[in-house]
Design a protein around this ligand. Structure first.
Ligand SMILES: C[S@@+](CC[C@H](N)C(=O)[O-])C[C@H]1O[C@@H](n2cnc3c(N)ncnc32)[C@H](O)[C@@H]1O
Length: 204
């Protein structure tokens, strides 16, 4: 599967819509077995090599966890780690975040969402590719349970400042600066970051 563009063109062409529909149908077909009939999901968007979610799922056997990433080799690495650990409450899927939310069945809700060290897109003309945007937060809220937490961490301070503003002004989310970070496990990108910033919000 090829992900050519993470952001939707302003006026999607008929061809774009057809390609998107095919891609989403493929994701849905692979998502159903990954869900395993569970109604609640802990989701990591941009799960990379799967270090964090493998550790999290090991420590939280009562949770059903899904990691998604647009890089298929990273998804495969996460799955290999999962299989070596024999975890049955964890899956990884090659999928873009927007696509995943679009096909998530209505019977499934997100009970927690992690976005750890997302691509920072430092150039202004690329900001539209950042995952934490008002429209994305709206869709994420629609798919989440009431009071579901969103955990966001980045080492790129300008993105952190922007994300905090976007979340603070979004009607569906409430910043909770006093909540503790729920689980620490150093990811590949966290290990490279001298300093990072964390944000916790809950779905209203
Ligand atoms: C900088 S890496 C961080 C990986 C991991 N969270 C960590 O901390 O080590 C960002 C990851 O997000 C993935 N990614 C970027 N945009 C995405 C999207 N729209 N949907 C899903 N994954 C995405 C990238 O492929 C990459 O693996």
């Amino acid at each position: 599967m090829v992900f050519c563009s993470l952001s939707m063109p302003e006026r999607p062409s008929h061809d774009y819509q057809a390609v998107q529909a095919t891609r989403r149908a493929e994701i849905l077909a692979r998502l159903e077995p990954a869900l395993g009939g569970h109604p609640l999901l802990t989701l990591e968007i941009g799960s990379g090599h799967g270090h964090f979610l493998n550790a999290y799922a090991t420590a939280h056997p009562e949770r059903h966890c899904l990691g998604i990433d647009i890089m298929s080799d990273r998804v495969r690495r996460g799955l290999r780690k999962r299989d070596r650990a024999g975890l049955t409450n964890l899956s990884f899927l090659h999928a873009d975040a927007w696509d995943l939310l679009a096909v998530l069945p209505a019977r499934v809700r997100l009970e927690a969402v992690f976005v750890l060290f997302p691509d920072p897109w430092p150039k202004r003309r690329h900001w539209k590719n950042r995952i934490l945007q008002p429209a994305f937060l709206t869709t994420l809220a629609e798919k989440s349970t009431p009071a579901a937490p969103l955990y966001f961490r980045t080492d790129y301070e300008p993105y952190f400042v922007e994300a905090r503003e976007v979340v603070a002004s979004h009607e569906a989310w409430e910043l909770r600066p006093n909540l503790p970070w729920p689980f620490e496990y150093t990811t590949v990108f966290q290990a490279r970051a001298p300093v990072y910033h964390s944000l916790i919000a809950v779905r209203r």
